[in-house]
Design a protein around this ligand. Structure first.
Ligand code: SME
Length: 161
């Protein structure tokens, strides 16, 4: 059994350091990508405050398909280039969106979502999945979140593919 927990009142950098250590330990030695995505979604949900959705879409036959997540039920398939997730997958770059209502083509799976960050997961130069976090608060995510989540995916991304 694992018992990871965030430090109370930690700043963002500390939260991400702790999250990364826990994620690394939790996925070490496990080769099933879906199992690892499930546990990483749960860890993010536990460690990061003010989220209403956290999870993965996997690239399957050229479109994004819903993977393991925490939060309300979500759109199942997203075409490349559509919405924030599709933009991240098409560009292979993180999308940090302070106001989802101002993002052209944003897909509102949960009307409560106000801001969003999506980080691509790469393997052999190809996008194999995206990590998507939504928040009910506008501008919930900033450069510290981008750095923390990109570091997380850089560390464990190979275990998600
Ligand atoms: N809002 C996303 C769709 C996925 S849900 O937020 C879980 C988008 O525009 O790609």
């Amino acid at each position: 059994m694992f018992d990871f927990a965030p430090t109370a009142d930690a700043d963002k950098a500390t939260l991400y350091d702790d999250l990364l250590s826990a994620a690394d330990a939790l996925t070490a030695g496990e080769r099933d990508a879906v199992a690892n995505m499930a546990n990483i979604s749960a860890l993010i949900w536990q460690f990061l405050p003010d989220l209403n959705w956290a999870g993965f879409y996997r690239m399957i036959d050229g479109e994004l398909v819903l993977g393991p997540f925490q939060g309300k039920t979500a759109c199942i398939r997203i075409a490349l280039g559509k919405g924030v997730c599709g933009a991240a997958a098409a560009s292979a770059e993180t999308q940090l969106v302070e106001d989802v209502h101002a993002f052209p083509g944003h897909i509102a799976c949960d009307a409560a979502s106000a801001s969003e960050i999506v980080v691509p997961v790469m393997k052999d130069g190809q996008v194999v999945a995206v990590l998507d976090l939504d928040s009910p608060s506008p501008a919930r995510f900033n450069e510290a979140d981008r750095a923390g989540l990109e570091a997380l995916i850089a560390r464990i991304g190979a275990r998600l593919a």
